[in-house]
Design a protein around this ligand. Structure first.
Ligand SMILES: Cc1cc2nc3c(=O)[nH]c(=O)nc-3n(C[C@H](O)[C@H](O)[C@H](O)COP(=O)(O)OP(=O)(O)OC[C@H]3O[C@@H](n4cnc5c(N)ncnc54)[C@H](O)[C@@H]3O)c2cc1C
Length: 401
């Protein structure tokens, strides 16, 4: 699958993790993790911490899947607002999903600290704007239910939004629990850390093309014909997980992002908050450590890469116009732009855990706008289960929820 195209900023900002180490023989390991993106690297980190022998395999250059294209905002708010998700999965599950999401933001920060990875992790506020007057009711309902469930949230009326954030909008919901980072630096940094400590084996350019369930585990076959024997296999293959799934569980979409030239720090908006809007198609923005403005959204309901790429120029213009509507006085010149595959699920939740009846194949599918925090949750749930500990969050994200 062509996961992204254009000029994804992170691969230019960071030095490429130029690691070429394909599997050249048959191999045996307790846990095989397929995928070296943020999901695979967080899982590897949690398993190494728990002392579980594991190896990561990736068909690409390490970390260059969707992880390299991510705008990497960490927010507890899931794509489907809590007031709406409650109607789909029930208030209890929806609230537990939101709380798990909230906790995972700080957990990502802790993991990076533990592994001494500098991935520009920064705590920030998040501001969700009502794009139109008609959206104020949604924000009011959402404010009420989030308060009821003890989630951090502040309601800003039109005057507050203007005074505190210098934006003209009918209302907004704000919290101070969000964060942002450089997802490529995080994933590659974690893998390098455990490689250096000799706790992990990492195989690049090694595609898993087939697999067989055997007594007490799996046998995975690589494109070069080598066999990997493992007790457990973890599918951390992001939007390409379809080949391992008995049934489709996600919709694949296309999304667009760009980054501006750097501006002077004092020209940026108050608090450098993560800002996003109620309107469809989606629009959001953040800043980077080097004072660039990163914006994204304009999702399309198809995945075809050729069709997606053809729209890039037009989408850049649209995103730029959207930014100028919010902050007309901030200088903004597009520097790099890219587009990528994205995905959503019917209830906004990721799929984490085993497929019913297949107890040794775990999936860590952090689909949706919170892919990274979902990956953190997946890594913890899977590490807990492989260590024989029950994780109360598992049922909320299970395939049979
Ligand atoms: C433009 C954009 C903006 C985004 N913004 C945000 C955001 O602000 N916040 C957020 O939380 N999320 C965001 N996301 C989503 C987030 O980036 C993804 O959820 C996350 O990067 C997925 O990581 P992953 O490790 O699961 O997948 P990937 O990074 O794609 O890694 C999976 C790896 O598996 C490998 N692989 C696949 N199949 C095989 C196989 N058969 N054999 C061997 N290897 C295989 C691939 O080569 C790949 O490297 C965004 C995504 C995009 C595209």
């Amino acid at each position: 699958m062509d996961l992204h195209s254009g000029l994804a900023y992170w691969i230019i900002k960071n030095e490429l993790f130029n690691y070429f180490h394909p599997l050249e023989n048959d191999y045996k390991i307790d846990v095989a993790i397929i995928g070296s993106g943020i999901t695979g690297s967080l899982i590897a980190h949690e398993l190494c911490k728990a002392g579980i022998p594991c190896a990561v395999f990736d068909k690409r250059t390490i970390g260059t899947g969707s992880t390299a294209a991510s705008t990497a905002q960490l927010q507890y708010e899931i794509d489907i607002p809590l007031c709406e998700m409650s109607k789909i999965v029930g208030e209890d599950f929806a609230s537990r999903a939101y709380h798990a999401s909230l906790e995972s933001i700080a957990d990502v920060g802790k993991v990076l600290k533990e592994a001494k990875v500098n991935a520009d992790y920064k705590s920030l506020s998040s501001v969700w704007l009502a794009s139109y007057k008609k959206d104020v009711k949604l924000l009011e309902d959402e404010f009420e239910i989030r308060q009821k469930h003890g989630l951090p949230v502040e309601y800003l009326n039109e005057k507050d939004v203007l005074k505190k954030h210098n934006i003209k909008a009918p209302a907004a919901l704000k919290n101070k629990e969000a964060a942002q980072m450089d997802c490529y630096a995080a994933a590659t940094g974690l893998l390098k850390y455990h490689l250096k400590k000799k706790e992990l084996e990492l195989y690049s350019h090694t595609e898993i093309v087939d697999w067989k369930e055997v007594k007490n585990g799996y046998e995975l076959e690589t494109r070069r014909g080598h066999i990997i024997k493992c007790k457990y296999v973890i599918i951390a293959t992001g939007f390409e997980a379809g080949q391992f799934l008995p049934k489709k569980v996600m919709n694949l979409l296309s999304t667009y992002a760009l980054v501006s030239q750097p501006v002077h720090e004092d020209e940026l908006w108050p608090e450098r908050s993560l800002i996003w809007e109620t309107k469809e198609p989606y629009f959001y923005m953040r800043t980077t450590i080097d004072n660039r403005i990163m914006i994204g959204g304009e999702d399309e309901e198809f995945q075809n890469p050729d069709k997606r790429d053809k729209l890039l120029r037009n989408k850049i213009k649209k995103l730029e116009r959207q930014f100028k509507k919010v902050y007309p006085d901030i200088p903004f010149i597009v520097d790099m732009a890219w587009c990528g595959t994205f995905s959503s699920t019917a209830d906004g939740l990721p799929y984490i855990g085993t497929w019913p009846g297949k107890d040794r194949m775990y999936f860590a599918l952090g689909y949706g706008g919170n892919g990274i925090t979902f990956s953190m949750i997946a890594a913890q749930i899977i590490a807990n289960e492989l260590s024989g500990k029950k994780d109360e969050r598992a049922e909320v994200f299970a395939f049979d929820r």
